[in-house]
Structure formats: C-alpha cells, structure tokens
Design a protein around this ligand. Structure first.
Ligand code: PMT
Length: 207
C-alpha cells in the first residue's frame, strides 16, 4: 500500500514558503493500521514532527512536486493508493534563489497549479485501488461526494477540516458506490483500522 501523509511546503524563497496545518497524524495512523493488517507499506510523508513508524518504508518529501514524483516512482507496484496528505493546490511560480528583501510597497505572489497526485494515479491505465480524503469546512457531504466523482476514485473519506487538522481524534464519512458509511468520533488510529478493513473488503473482493 502506498500512502501519502502530512502537508506539503511550497517554497517562496530560500527560507519562506506556503504550507498548511496538517500534522501527519491521520496519514501515519492509516499507515500503521495497514502495516498491522499485514500490508507492505510505503509512506510518502510531507514535513511533520512525527517519528517514522517501525516496519514500513518512509520517504520524506517537502513540496507537492516532490510528493508527486515519489508517488509516481512507486505506484506501479502498489495494489492500493491512499492520499491522506493535504497537498498544496498551488505553488509560487518562481521560488527566489535568495531571501527576499523587505521593501515598502505591496508584494504580489504569482501561483501556479500543482499536479493532482490522486487524480493522476486514478487515471492510470491499470490503477491501484484509490482512496482519497477530503477536508471541508462546510457542505461536507455534498462537496466530498462531488470530489469522489471528479477525481474518479472508488472510495473517499470525508472529514471536517476544523476537527481533523492537527487533532488526535477525528470523525469520517466514507463514500463509495454503495453510499455513505459513518465512522463516529474516535482516536485516529481507531478510525484508520476501520478504514483499512473497509478498503480490504472493497479492494480485494473481486481479485
Ligand atoms: O494530518 P492531520 O493533522 O492528521 O490532518 C488530517 C487531514 C485533515 C490532512 C486528512 O484527514 C485529510 O482530510 N486530508 C486531505 C486534505 C484535503 O483537503 O484534501 P483536498 O481536498 O485538497 O484533496 C482531496 C484529495 O486529493 C486528497 O486525497 C489529497 O491527498 C489529494 N490531492 C489533492 C491535491 C493534489 N495536488 N494532489 C492530491 O493528491
């Protein structure tokens, strides 16, 4: 299983960048749960303060482009891909090769879109079983169901951004072809085990 976790960091100059408040806890919990279920796990991790879990391979990356490349280099061997990372949708068009000096006027930062890792994996000729996550601040169910369709993934786990980012507990709603499945509030590792069991049912039933 190939799993992404944590935030990405998009450099503005040599010391500054754009990132978000993902701690990596949810993605690392999913990686642990998959390992405990017997999977061979590769965890592609953005910058977090978390220690590498034992018994799995962790690849450290920083930017969305690096995460994209690390995933693409390994995806052909994966049966399941789970995108838990909060990947930056945009990056500065130009990362300055020196520290920007303070001026007096306003500064305009031009951003360009990053590749969508999950959608790219799902669009492969022979894709692994793809699982997306969606963090929304409002209209959780409608946005998440639409995101599952747009990214063309069989399973998507939705969570409320204001409860999920950085927290030890979470609450998930899983969307698949059968409909919605609520996983009530619990520590992330408990939810991760339930998610992995759900994935196993869907991904391996026809093989
Ligand atoms: O790390 P924690 O503090 O524990 O927080 C966990 C979490 C809130 C980060 C996690 O549970 C979560 O919801 N992750 C997805 C965050 C999100 O908002 O994703 P998104 O809506 O931007 O993207 C949807 C899906 O596409 C995700 O699976 C994402 O990994 C993937 N994606 C997005 C953009 C991009 N360029 N490439 C991607 O692969």
């Amino acid at each position: 299983m190939l799993i992404t976790a944590g935030p990405t960091f998009e450099p503005i100059d040599t010391v500054r960048g754009i990132t978000n408040t993902s701690s990596g806890k949810m993605g690392y919990a999913v990686a642990r749960a998959a390992r405990d279920a017997g999977a061979s796990v590769t965890l592609v991790s953005g910058p977090t303060a978390l220690a590498a879990p034992r018994g799995l391979e962790r690849i450290d990356v920083s930017s969305a482009l690096q995460m994209h490349d690390a995933v693409m280099a390994r995806v052909a061997k994966a049966d399941v891909f789970i995108g838990v990372a909060a990947v930056a949708d945009y990056r500065p068009k130009e990362a300055k090769p020196h520290k920007l000096k303070k001026g007096t006027g306003t500064v305009t930062l031009e951003l360009q879109p990053n590749p969508d890792i999950l959608a790219t994996v799902a669009a492969r000729k022979r894709p692994p079983f793809c699982v997306g996550f969606a963090a929304e601040t409002e209209n959780l169910e409608a946005y998440a169901a639409a995101k599952r369709k747009r990214k063309k993934v069989p399973l998507l786990a939705a969570n409320l951004a204001q409860h999920a980012f950085g927290a030890d507990d979470n609450q998930l709603i899983l969307f698949d072809d059968q409909g919605r499945h609520e996983l009530p509030r619990a520590p992330k590792i408990v939810l991760a085990r339930q998610l992995v069991a759900h994935i196993a049912k869907l991904a391996f039933k026809k093989r």
